[in-house]
Design a protein around this ligand. Structure first.
Ligand SMILES: C[S@@+](CC[C@H](N)C(=O)[O-])C[C@H]1O[C@@H](n2cnc3c(N)ncnc32)[C@H](O)[C@@H]1O
Length: 252
C-alpha cells in the first residue's frame, strides 16, 4: 500500500518511488465523477517515476457507483460497501497477480488518514481465500500539504490539534482544542463559525495544477471561499478541499 501524496508527483517519498518501481501490477479503484482527473494524475505520477512497460494497471469501478450499473468484471454483488470492496480486491489479487508478483494499491495522501484500504486488505486476509504479505508506505497527507502551502504549522506551541470531518464539525467546535483540521466536508461547515474569532487556512486540489488556496479571518474569507469553491466545482464537476480552523485565544 503506497501513499502517493496529495497530487503533486514531486510529493512522493524516495521509499514510495522505490516501491512503485518494484510493483508488477497496480490496482486502481476509482469513484465516478472524479475518475478521469484522478486517473490522469495517477498516470502522470507513474510516468514521472516508473519506466514504461515495466508494470500493468488493473482498474475496477467503485462499488458505490457500480452497484446499480453492474456489468463490470469486478463489480460487487451484494453486501455493504466495505465488503463489496474487499470482494473486488480479493478477486483482483487472485486473478491478476502471479504467485511471485508484487501488487500495489496507490492511496492518495497518507494511507493512515481517512482511508479504508488498510481495513479492506485486512478483511481480505481475514476471509482466508488468498494470503499475502504487505507493507504500508506512508505518504504526504493533504493535511501536511495544506499547512505547508500556507507556510504555517498544524499546532501552536505545546497545544493540541484535532483532525476531524465536516459532519463532526457541524455538531459543534471540538472541546479542548483551538486548532482543527477539517476533511471530507461537502457542506462548507466553516460557515457555521463565521461570526467567531477564527482564522481559516483553506486549500482545494492541493498539489495539483488546479490548486486553490485562501486564508484569513473567517468572517472575511468564508464568502470568498464559498465563491471560489462554487466556481471550481462548476468548472471541474468535483472538488476536494481541506482546511484548518485556528481559533484565537479568548479574552479572559
Ligand atoms: C478519503 S479522505 C483521504 C485523505 C488522504 N488519505 C490524505 O492523507 O490526505 C478524502 C479527503 O481528503 C482531503 N483531500 C485529499 N486530497 C486532497 C487535495 N489534493 N486537496 C485538498 N484536500 C484533499 C479532502 O478533505 C477529502 O475530502
Amino acid at each position: 500500500m503506497i501513499g502517493i501524496g496529495a497530487g503533486d508527483p514531486d510529493q512522493l517519498t524516495l521509499q514510495a518511488v522505490r516501491a512503485l518501481r518494484d510493483t508488477d501490477v497496480f490496482f486502481v479503484l476509482d469513484k465516478g465523477e472524479v475518475k478521469s482527473d484522478l486517473t490522469q494524475l495517477r498516470r502522470d505520477l507513474l510516468d514521472a517515476h516508473v519506466p514504461e512497460g515495466t508494470y500493468r494497471v488493473v482498474e475496477a469501478r467503485d462499488p458505490e457507483r457500480d452497484r446499480k450499473a453492474g456489468g463490470s468484471a469486478y463489480s460487487p454483488a451484494v453486501g455493504d460497501w466495505r465488503s463489496a470492496r474487499a470482494g473486488i480486491y480479493e478477486r483482483m489479487i487472485t486473478e491478476e497477480l502471479g504467485e511471485e508478483q508484487t501488487g500495489a494499491f496507490l492511496v492518495w495522501g497518507d494511507p493512515a488518514l481517512y482511508d479504508s484500504t488498510l481495513g479492506i486488505l485486512e478483511e481480505v486476509l481475514g476471509r482466508g481465500r488468498v494470503t499475502f504479505a504487505y507493507d504500508v508506505i506512508p505518504g504526504i497527507s493533504s493535511v501536511s500539504a495544506l499547512v505547508a502551502r500556507h507556510r504555517t504549522g498544524l499546532n501552536r506551541v505545546a497545544r493540541p490539534v484535532q483532525i476531524t470531518t465536516g459532519r463532526r464539525l457541524a455538531e459543534g467546535f471540538p472541546e479542548g482544542v483551538d486548532d482543527v483540521v477539517v476533511m471530507l466536508d461537502a457542506h462548507q461547515t466553516f460557515r457555521q463559525y463565521a461570526d467567531q474569532d477564527i482564522d481559516i487556512y483553506w486549500g482545494a486540489y492541493i498539489g495539483t495544477p488546479d490548486e486553490i488556496l485562501d486564508s484569513g479571518p473567517i468572517a472575511e474569507a468564508a464568502p470568498r471561499i464559498e465563491r471560489l469553491r462554487a466556481e471550481a466545482r462548476e468548472r471541474k464537476g468535483w472538488i476536494m478541499d481541506t482546511y484548518l480552523l485556528r481559533r484565537n485565544p479568548r479574552e479572559v
